[in-house]
Design a binder for this molecule. Structure first.
Ligand code: APR
Ligand code: ZN
Length: 272
């Protein structure tokens, strides 16, 4: 089928949906300027996941050679500060407003689905702008841009970057004044809200798998779970269809291009 035929087929499926779910990966935020992990030039080509992807690895790297990480970390802050929800995020929000999409399950930690306006967002890998206390159950959401501005000021005015100086830059727990950390899931840590994510996959009538390589489980299983439960599966990814075995439509375009086209086609089908 041509790309337009795939979009038309996907739109006909979505036009009849009442409880669609989306399973989103880094590709959804690529057009917001945030690099994906496994594409050429992606994050894992720039830094070694063993050195920054686990809590122990990150602590050891910060202890041993913080200057090695700093430029990458500082650039990441600039990228996250500049990022805005892109047309793919907006299209997912529109599908919720149209009563078609209910839940967005995302592996992304950039807060952009919430800022675009989706209201039922399951962040299985956490959120960079939510901090949690290492000693008690306190956690707090921060404004993305304000937090980044504060951390950048602390970094730019810091004398040195020993591990303890970096920890000192984190917000303090409001309950017990202990050390906090970003509430993101590192490799080897328990993913968050998985029951909610699988509940959405089991109950949805359509699963949109957008911008994910389908490499990291359990999130990667969601489209398969949805198909097992009888849902249609639509994949949006310019380079690969990791869910070929279960997809009913595959749109090989960037999410920022495919998703608005999909919403427009759904609207014209509904308008008749
Ligand atoms: N639009 C849609 N998809 C895109 C775009 C785009 N503009 N650009 C790239 N992609 C696709 C790539 O083809 C790839 O399949 O997005 C996918 C990104 O794959 P990964 O980089 O592996 O990201 P993701 O699937 O989200 O990784 C899952 O791995 O390292 C962990 O915690 C990290 O949450 C991340 C998880
Ligand atoms: Zn505390």
């Amino acid at each position: 089928m041509t790309i337009d035929q795939e979009i038309q087929k996907a739109a006909e499926i979505l036009a009849g949906a009442k409880n669609a779910a989306a399973s989103c990966g880094a590709g959804v935020s690529a057009e917001s300027g945030i690099a994906t992990f496994r594409d050429p030039g992606g994050v894992w080509e720039r830094v070694n996941p063993a050195e920054v992807g686990t809590a122990d690895g990150l602590m050891a790297t910060l202890q041993r050679s913080p200057e090695k990480l700093l430029p990458f970390f500082r650039e990441l802050l600039d990228t996250f500060e500049r990022a805005e929800p892109n047309p793919a995020h907006v299209a997912l929000r529109d599908l919720e407003h149209m009563g078609i999409l209910k839940t967005v399950v995302t592996q992304n930690i950039d807060n952009l689905h919430l800022e675009a306006g989706n209201t039922d967002v399951v962040e299985v890998h956490g959120n960079s702008f939510r901090f949690r206390c290492l000693s008690c159950s306190w956690s707090q959401d921060f404004s993305r841009k304000e937090l980044i501005r504060e951390v950048k000021e602390k970094i730019d005015s810091a004398e040195g970057f020993t591990l303890s100086e970096i920890i000192e830059m984190m917000p303090k727990c409001e309950h017990c004044q202990s050390v906090t950390r970003p509430d993101v899931v590192m490799f080897g840590e328990a993913v968050q809200d998985i029951p909610r994510a699988f509940d959405a996959a089991r109950k949805c009538d359509v699963m949109l798998a957008v911008g994910t390589s389908g490499v990291v489980y359990p999130a990667a299983y969601l489209p398969f779970q949805a198909k097992e439960a009888g849902a249609w599966v639509i994949v949006v990814n310019p380079n690969e269809n990791a869910f070929q075995r279960v997809s009913d439509a595959y749109i090989p375009l960037k999410a920022g291009e495919a998703m608005p086209k999909l919403v427009e086609s759904v609207k014209s089908i509904i308008a008749g």
